[in-house]
Design a protein around this ligand. Structure first.
Ligand SMILES: Cc1cc2nc3c(=O)[nH]c(=O)nc-3n(C[C@H](O)[C@H](O)[C@H](O)COP(=O)(O)OP(=O)(O)OC[C@H]3O[C@@H](n4cnc5c(N)ncnc54)[C@H](O)[C@@H]3O)c2cc1C
Ligand code: FES
Length: 350
C-alpha cells in the first residue's frame, strides 16, 4: 500500500480516497463510484478530465487519448493517473444518474458453455457462472476475461440480459494471432474450460429517465451491447422510437437477422437498417456505403435523439462527428469504443 490521498470531484462536490498504488478510476470503482470510462487502459479518452489542483503520475497511455498539448494544459486520464497529492478534478463528461449506479465489481470463475461461429470472423461465446456467484450487470456493460495462462485480460461486452441463469453471452471478432480472440478460432479455448471474469464495467447503459427517440449505430462485434440494450427495451416494452444502423462489409458479415426481425415485432417502433460498405451482389436491395454516410442520408434531424454508438474506434469517432455536426449535444451521445492493443501500440507515452 502506498500513501493515501483525497480526490475531490467537481462540479459534483464528492470526495473519495485513493491509494498511490491504484489509479484514480480503480479507487473510484472500489468505493462504488462509476466515473465515466471506456477501455480503462489509456486508449479511448472516455475518462479524460481536468486536473484543477494537485499532482499525478500517469501509466502508459495512447497519445490519441491524451496528446502532449492537452497534458501540458492540465488534462489527465483517470484510468492511468495515480495521485501523488490530494487532488481536485473537474469531471467534463459525467452523469449523476450513472455515477451512483455502480454495481460492486466481482471476480468469478466461469465455464465455457458454447463457442460457435456467427460469421467467418465473429464468434459467439457463452460462459456459465454458478448461480450462487452470478455476476450482476446493467444491459450494455462489459467484463474483463483473463487470457488463459497469463495475467492479462481482454474486455468483452455482454449481448444477453442479466439474470440469464448466470450465463454471459459475447460476440467476439477474431483477429489472426489475437492473444484472446485467436484462441476461439483455433481451439485454444474449448467447451468445459474455466475462465476468470471480472466486472461489470462500462457506462454504455440506457439513461432510463429520457423519453427521447433512440438511435443506435454499430459495426462488427459492436452489436453485442446494442443487442443487450434492445433485448432489455423489448423486455420492458418501450414506447420510444428506436432505429438501429448496423455497418458491415458484405452480406456475409450480417448475423442475428432473425432475432432482430423478431425484436421488431415486439417493438413496433424499431427499425433495423443494415448498411454494407463493400457488397457488390446486385441482389442486395438494402443500404450501401459507410454506415455514417447512410445515417447522414436517411436521418436529416437527429438533434432531439439519444444516440448510442459502439464498434471500432474510427467508426465511433466518425459517428460522433456526424451527430455533433447535425446538432445533437455531446451529452446525449453515449459510446463504447472497442479499442485493442493495436491502439496503444501505435502511439504511446509512459
Ligand atoms: C470496453 C471494451 C469492450 C470490448 N468489447 C468487445 C466485444 O464485445 N467484442 C469484441 O470482439 N471485442 C471487444 N473489445 C476488444 C477486445 O477487448 C480485444 O481488444 C480484441 O478482442 C483483441 O484482443 P486479442 O487478444 O484477440 O488481440 P491482441 O493479442 O490484443 O492483438 C493481436 C494482434 O492483432 C492485432 N490487432 C489487434 N486489434 C486489431 C485491430 N483492431 N485491427 C487490426 N489488427 C489488430 C494487434 O496489432 C496484434 O498484433 C472491447 C474492447 C473494449 C475496450
Ligand atoms: S477509460 Fe481512460 S482512456 Fe479509456
Amino acid at each position: 500500500m502506498g500513501d493515501t490521498h483525497t480526490v475531490r470531484l467537481e462540479p459534483v462536490g464528492m470526495d473519495f480516497e485513493v491509494d498511490e498504488d491504484e489509479t484514480i478510476l480503480a479507487g473510484a470503482f472500489r468505493q462504488g463510484l462509476m466515473l465515466m470510462h471506456g477501455c480503462k487502459e489509456g486508449q479511448c479518452a472516455a475518462c479524460k478530465s481536468f486536473l484543477l489542483d494537485g499532482e499525478v503520475e500517469l501509466d502508459r497511455y495512447s497519445t490519441f487519448a491524451l496528446n502532449d498539448f492537452e497534458r501540458e494544459e492540465g488534462w489527465t486520464l483517470l484510468c492511468r493517473a495515480h495521485a501523488l497529492s490530494d487532488l481536485e478534478v473537474e469531471l467534463i463528461n459525467y452523469d449523476e444518474e450513472i455515477l451512483r449506479s455502480g454495481i460492486a465489481l466481482q471476480t468469478v470463475a466461469a465455464e465455457v458453455e458454447a463457442i460457435e461461429a456467427l460469421t467467418h470472423d465473429i464468434y459467439r461465446l457463452v460462459l456459465a457462472v454458478a448461480p450462487e456467484q452470478a455476476l450482476s450487470f446493467h444491459p450494455g456493460q462489459y467484463v474483463d476475461i483473463e487470457i488463459p495462462g497469463s495475467d492479462e485480460h481482454r474486455s468483452f461486452s455482454m449481448a444477453n440480459l442479466p439474470c440469464d441463469d448466470g450465463r454471459l453471452e459475447f460476440m467476439i471478432k477474431c483477429y489472426p494471432g489475437g492473444r484472446f480472440s485467436g484462441l476461439l478460432a483455433d481451439g485454444g479455448i474449448a467447451v468445459g474450460q474455466q475462465l476468470t471474469v471480472r466486472g461489470p464495467y462500462g457506462v454504455f447503459t440506457l439513461r432510463e429517465k429520457s423519453q427521447r427517440p433512440l438511435v443506435f449505430i454499430g459495426g462488427g462485434a459492436g452489436m453485442a451491447p446494442i443487442l443487450s440494450l434492445l433485448r432489455s427495451l423489448a423486455q420492458r416494452g418501450t414506447s420510444r422510437p428506436v432505429v438501429y444502423y448496423y455497418g458491415a462489409r458484405t452480406c456475409a458479415d450480417l448475423f442475428h437477422l432473425e432475432e432482430l426481425a423478431e425484436l421488431g415485432s415486439v417493438l413496433p417502433k424499431l427499425r433495423f437498417v443494415p448498411a454494407l460498405s463493400e457488397e457488390s451482389d446486385p441482389s442486395w436491395t438494402g443500404e450501401t456505403g459507410l454506415v455514417t454516410d447512410v445515417v447522414s442520408r436517411l436521418e436529416p434531424d437527429l438533434a432531439a435523439a439519444d444516440a448510442y454508438l459502439c464498434g471500432p474506434p474510427p467508426m465511433v469517432d466518425a459517428a460522433i462527428a456526424l451527430l455533433e455536426s447535425s446538432g445533437l449535444p455531446a451529452s446525449n451521445i453515449y459510446y463504447d469504443k472497442f479499442t485493442t492493443t493495436a491502439d496503444t501500440e501505435e502511439s504511446s507515452r509512459t
